[in-house]
Design a protein around this ligand. Structure first.
Ligand SMILES: Nc1ncnc2c1ncn2[C@@H]1O[C@H](COP(=O)(O)OP(=O)(O)OP(=O)(O)O)[C@@H](O)[C@H]1O
Ligand SMILES: [Mg+2]
Length: 261
């Protein structure tokens, strides 16, 4: 299964929720998954490994890049699911790097790990800057959580344009590989209309599975748990399980790979 950068320049659309619960669902199916937290807010690290993010002494991705810590020291290990945590120091990394190929910094540091995992998810911050571009280049495949609102379509089209430019200028294998609707309510006409429009423009990328608004999805991070542990019978667990199955179906073999846009 390929790796994904989970990207949307709009904040609060479900990037971290998707990383956490897709990774947890795939790990439960026996996949070895690595999460890389690329957001200085460290919400993903806090959601799954709360002890990590509250302990200032724990080395993070920035320590790895500055060679203050080894991969082994930075890696937080779980059951089939490991994490490279983030911290506020990620926020200043851009200003501290002098390398020309700045977009390749994260890939270089994560590359030695790739053979040990079936898939890597990079949780990107809500801007298309240094960290998100590094995540996209490292993963090559982009997964976009989208809220079913008209203005989200505008963001999606601008993201698709940015990806085309990055593909042309930086990484020819970059691909907008998957989009899923988060907070979807099939009873709402507007939501169905947005789904139709996204499908019309991105027929190969739009996942059939959608994720409903579920209180338990918002609660689970405060217990340091994924949805399958926190509320296994909730709509959120049901929906993320369906999304994981679709991921397996679509991406588990090379020929099922949708072309980039
Ligand atoms: N389907 C859902 N149902 C209920 N709550 C959700 C759902 N998806 C996300 N949330 C909640 O919405 C908030 C924003 O989600 P999340 O942090 O995943 O977004 P994000 O895109 O990663 O945000 P940011 O851009 O700040 O990184 C969180 O409190 C999360 O728990
Ligand atoms: Mg986030």
């Amino acid at each position: 299964m390929p790796s994904f950068a989970v990207v949307n320049q709009k904040g609060g659309v479900g990037k971290t929720t998707a990383c956490c619960n897709l990774a947890a669902g795939l790990a439960r199916q026996g996949r070895r998954v690595l999460l890389v937290d690329l957001d200085p807010q460290a919400h993903l690290s806090l959601s799954l490994f709360p002890a990590v993010a509250t302990d200032a002494g724990v080395p993070t991705l920035a320590d790895l890049v500055h060679r203050r810590a080894t991969l082994d020291q930075v890696l937080q290990r779980g059951e089939n699911l490991d994490l490279i945590p983030a911290g506020p120091a990620l926020g200043t990394l851009e200003g501290e790097t002098t390398r020309q190929a700045w977009w390749d910094l994260v890939r270089e540091h994560v590359a030695p790990l790739t053979d040990g995992y079936d898939s890597i998810f990079f949780d990107c911050p809500p801007t298309l800057g240094f960290l998100a571009v590094n995540g996209m280049v490292a993963a090559r495949n982009i997964l976009v959580p989208l809220q079913p609102e008209y203005l989200a379509l505008q963001s999606l089209s601008s993201l698709a344009k940015t990806i085309s430019v990055l593909r042309r200028d930086i990484e020819p294998h970059l691909s907008l590989s998957a989009i899923f609707l988060n907070g979807f309510d099939k009873r709402r006409r507007l939501h169905r209309e947005i789904q139709r429009l996204v499908r019309a423009h991105f027929p190969e990328q739009l996942m059939e599975a959608t994720v409903r608004k579920t209180t338990a999805l918002a609660e689970a991070p405060s217990f340091g748990q994924d949805i399958f542990r926190y509320a296994p019978k909730s709509n959120g667990a049901w929906d993320f399980a369906a999304l994981c199955r679709e991921f397996e179906r679509r991406f588990n073999h090379a020929e099922g790979f949708p072309p980039g846009t």
